[in-house]
Design a protein around this ligand. Sequence first.
Ligand SMILES: Cc1cc2nc3c(=O)[nH]c(=O)nc-3n(C[C@H](O)[C@H](O)[C@H](O)COP(=O)(O)OP(=O)(O)OC[C@H]3O[C@@H](n4cnc5c(N)ncnc54)[C@H](O)[C@@H]3O)c2cc1C
Length: 353
Amino acid sequence: MSVSLQQHASLQPFHTFGTEARAAWMAVADSVDALRSLRMDARVRDLPWLILGGGSNVLFASDFEGLVIRMAVRGVEEVDGDTDAWRIRVGGGENWSDVVARLLHSDRPGLENLAGIPGTGGAAPIQNIGAYGVELAERLHSVTVWDGRHDVLHELSPEECEFGYRDSVFKRDGGGSGLPGAELAGPGRVVVAITLRLPRRWAAVAGYAELERELRARGEERPGPREVFDAVLAIRGRKLPDPAVLGNAGSFFKNPIVSREVHAELLAHAPSLVSYPLAGGRYKLAAGWLIDACGLKGYTRGRAGVFEKQALVLVNRGGASGREIWELAQEVQERVRERFGVCIEPEPRIIGG
Ligand SMILES: Cc1cc2nc3c(=O)[nH]c(=O)nc-3n(C[C@H](O)[C@H](O)[C@H](O)COP(=O)(O)OP(=O)(O)OC[C@H]3O[C@@H](n4cnc5c(N)ncnc54)[C@H](O)[C@@H]3O)c2cc1C
């Protein structure tokens, strides 16, 4: 089998910031055999690899001097479940939000809080996607990973994926590529499929404040999956920019986690600080609040900006370069650090940052 390779390919149509960037090489992989064939190809096998799903969690601050592989492994099928739960295997290239809608329509609820998140099934475990009180890890049976270094397939349990808040073992080892560092060039770990675990006994997860408010406003005292799904999509539609209209990657910064002492000190200086207590006495701070408190909501630098409705989101106001967006992100980080002494880390993968 051979896979066609494109040289000096434009990445602009394949990521949601919509900035111009080029890949030295680009290919589409719709199977493990396609990945194997690329692994054998002398033109690209020793270059850095970058797996791209929907491109909704990457920022190209520069061109990519390696091989970009667009993930296109398809398929959504029910596999042997048990009496407690359905198991659904989803190809790494499937569109996540379509899968959520499709499963809901076929009476396989459980993912409605994660409705409307852009991107692919294969990328979902990379940062353990989460929204409105649910994280992927809670609905996952296993992750099927092709280890390109040794050309073997592994089935990883959620424990082996070491999931955390917007974090997993894949993020720490460079995701689907050998980045960063030339010593890691060549294929890394590629998620070719995930197997979901959806409990047959459905219970609404509706305790997240914003979702609770929305459901109440809709008069939903005892919401079913469809009502939660609709409410989640309505909230998202109001507060997040549509990447087709305004380039963005959703939340650009992770909410920082601080010790009890740091939290108390911050609160003494900023009594309206928004934070959430965590187990073990630590606190998660609302990064959007920190940015807003620095007066940066709606701020524009060149052709990049901080979204007016939600300070956590950076946007391409039209024609921005990836470098411009990255410079804005660094300025936001610096301003928050100066004012609060807290470091806010980017959530998306930064290429060439
Ligand atoms: C408007 C908007 C709203 C968003 N809302 C949320 C939200 O509510 N919650 C949330 O968690 N995220 C959210 N995101 C971020 C994003 O949608 C998710 O992180 C999503 O899972 C990224 O999927 P993708 O296919 O676009 O990944 P990409 O951006 O293509 O890739 C992201 C990273 O994963 C790696 N990767 C991708 N596919 C694979 C694979 N098959 N194997 C190995 N590595 C891979 C890439 O190399 C890269 O490092 C939002 C983004 C946008 C634009």
